[in-house]
Ligand binder design. Structure first.
Ligand SMILES: [Zn+2]
Length: 129
């Protein structure tokens, strides 16, 4: 049960609620797209990837710290994650998608994040017309 509850306040959920508040319509976890993106906005040819700063190594972010023990293990793990993210983003772009990455730490300032999302989607819209 606690897992279900924590899913409700997950970063993905928060990002969806921001987009919803801005009036955007989207699909969730499209399994037919590379990396099953968290949020897909077909009308804007845009996918939103919500990335945890630790696992996805947000550059320069305090949450992307290196654990002190088992350093080798973590380095390899992170290396794999970074490579996978880069591959997924490349594939999505090849398929004609715009990719917006939202870092978990950006959720600390919801208003700022909303501005970023709206800007990205406004550009996406304009380029399509
Ligand atoms: Zn971060």
């Amino acid at each position: 049960m606690s897992q279900i509850r924590s899913a409700d306040t997950s970063p993905e959920r928060q990002v969806r609620s921001i987009l919803h508040g801005l009036g955007y319509r989207f699909r969730l976890h499209s399994k037919n797209l590379p990396g099953t993106p968290d949020v897909v906005l077909p009308r804007y040819s845009t996918v939103v990837l919500v990335h945890g700063c630790f696992w996805h190594r947000h550059a320069g972010c305090k949450f992307a710290y290196m654990p002190k023990s088992r350093k080798r293990f973590w380095e390899e793990k992170f290396e794999q994650n970074i490579k996978r993210d880069a591959r997924v983003i490349r594939q999505l772009k090849t398929e004609g998608w715009r990719v917006v990455t939202v870092w978990e730490c950006e959720l600390a300032d919801v208003r700022k994040l909303a501005v970023k999302l709206r800007k990205a989607l406004t550009v996406a819209r304009a380029r399509q017309v």
